[in-house]
Every structure is written in C-alpha cells, then in structure tokens.
Design a protein around this ligand. Structure first.
Ligand SMILES: CC(C)(COP(=O)(O)OP(=O)(O)OC[C@H]1O[C@@H](n2cnc3c(N)ncnc32)[C@H](O)[C@@H]1OP(=O)(O)O)[C@@H](O)C(=O)NCCC(=O)NCCS
Length: 176
C-alpha cells in the first residue's frame, strides 16, 4: 500500500490487541459482517476475545473510540484447518508455530479504504516477529483473489464444512 494511504489509516485508527471490555463489540461486528450460517456466535467471539486477546488485532476509530474492524485467530502446531478452531478457543497453544485465522471483519462504513489490507499486513508482521511459521485461513471462492492480493497461496478446497458452504484453504509462509 502506498505510504500516503498508510499514513491516512494511521491518522484515523489505532491498531492493537483487543481489550476485555471490547469483547461485546467484537461479537456484534461478527454478526454484522457475516450471515448467520457463517458468523461465529456471540459466545464464541466473547470467549476468544477474553481468552486469547493477543491473537486479535483490532482497528479502533480514534474519533469514536469504537472498533471499526478486526482480525482474530488461534495459535497451534496443527498443520491444517479444522472447524473446531472456530468453536473451541481452548485449542489455542500460545507457543504454537502456526496461526489459524478465524475472521477478518470490517464494518460496512469503513470498507473500500484499505483497512482490511492494513489489518492483515500488521497481523502478519506481528506474528512473524513472534516467530510463527505459517498462517492459514479458509474463505469462500469469492474471496480467494482478495487473499491472493494480500500474499496468500490457495491450497484448494478445504476440509471445512462450516455453515454448509464450500471453503478454500489459503496459507501464508512467515518463517521457515
Ligand atoms: C472483506 C472485507 C474484510 C474487506 O474489507 P475492506 O477494508 O473493504 O478491504 P480493503 O479495502 O482493505 O480491500 C483489500 C483488497 O481486497 C479486495 N476486496 C475488498 N472487499 C472484497 C470483497 N468483498 N470481495 C472480493 N474482494 C474484495 C479489494 O478490491 C482490495 O484490493 P485492491 O487494494 O487491489 O483494490 C469486508 O468487506 C468485510 O468485512 N466483509 C464481510 C466479512 C468477510 O467477508 N470477511 C472475509 C471473509 S473470509
């Protein structure tokens, strides 16, 4: 992303881990961003935000003090995605080499300005600095190109049957 766009995003947003009191907002954003069959439940989102805040990266609108977008995941040594990562934050292993991404959400009014790309770029940089090796996510076919633009490779159809949909598994190599 060109520097001017990045500077503008930095002027408007604070990027950081989630705070416990923001768990409700994260749960609401997930319901706004995804249809009911794809969204993680409020309980799942809150549990994840409270138990694994260090694997969240949120963008906070400096004007409102509220979340505009977020990316969250869990760490593990497992090599591929399975749906239980969505439902069970207890699978998180703080020392895990790999990250399973569980949701990239930007509220509708903040879309189309590069915010998702900036959140992802900062997340990858942070987890690379933590020595993680691989970042894995699943997405619908309509989002494959978006993640390719963010540097991910397509592993093809995923094991996942989340929400009764067909998912693609994508990965990003951080460190060997
Ligand atoms: C998908 C989503 C996160 C994108 O957020 P955003 O801040 O508008 O995205 P950005 O502005 O950073 O766009 C990044 C790139 O992805 C592309 N992109 C953005 N939204 C897209 C969409 N819905 N479908 C396909 N590509 C998309 C953009 O064209 C852009 O590429 P460019 O820089 O070459 O133009 C946001 O629309 C959202 O929360 N949607 C609902 C939840 C969702 O689908 N999340 C991802 C599911 S796996």
């Amino acid at each position: 992303m060109e520097n001017k766009k990045k500077d503008e995003l930095n002027r408007r947003f604070i990027f950081r881990e989630i705070l416990p009191e923001e768990a409700d907002q994260a749960a609401d954003i997930e319901q706004i961003c995804f249809p009911p069959n794809e969204a993680c439940s409020e309980a799942m989102m809150k549990e994840r935000a409270i138990r694994v805040p260090e694997l969240f990266l949120v963008a906070v609108d400096r004007e409102t003090g509220k979340l505009a977008g977020l990316l969250n995941g869990l760490a593990t040594d497992e090599p591929s995605f399975r749906d239980e990562f969505f439902t069970n934050a207890g699978l998180h292993d703080p020392a895990g080499s790999n990250i399973m991404l569980l949701g990239l959400d930007v509220l509708p009014t903040y879309r189309g300005q590069g915010l998702a790309r900036e959140i992802m770029s900062r997340y990858l940089c942070r987890e690379s600095g933590r020595g993680r090796k691989l970042v894995i996510l699943t997405c619908l076919e309509s989002k494959v190109k978006m993640y390719e633009k963010m540097g991910f490779s397509n592993n093809g159809i995923a094991e996942s049957s989340w929400g009764g949909e067909q998912w693609f598994e994508m990965c990003y190599l951080l460190n060997r």
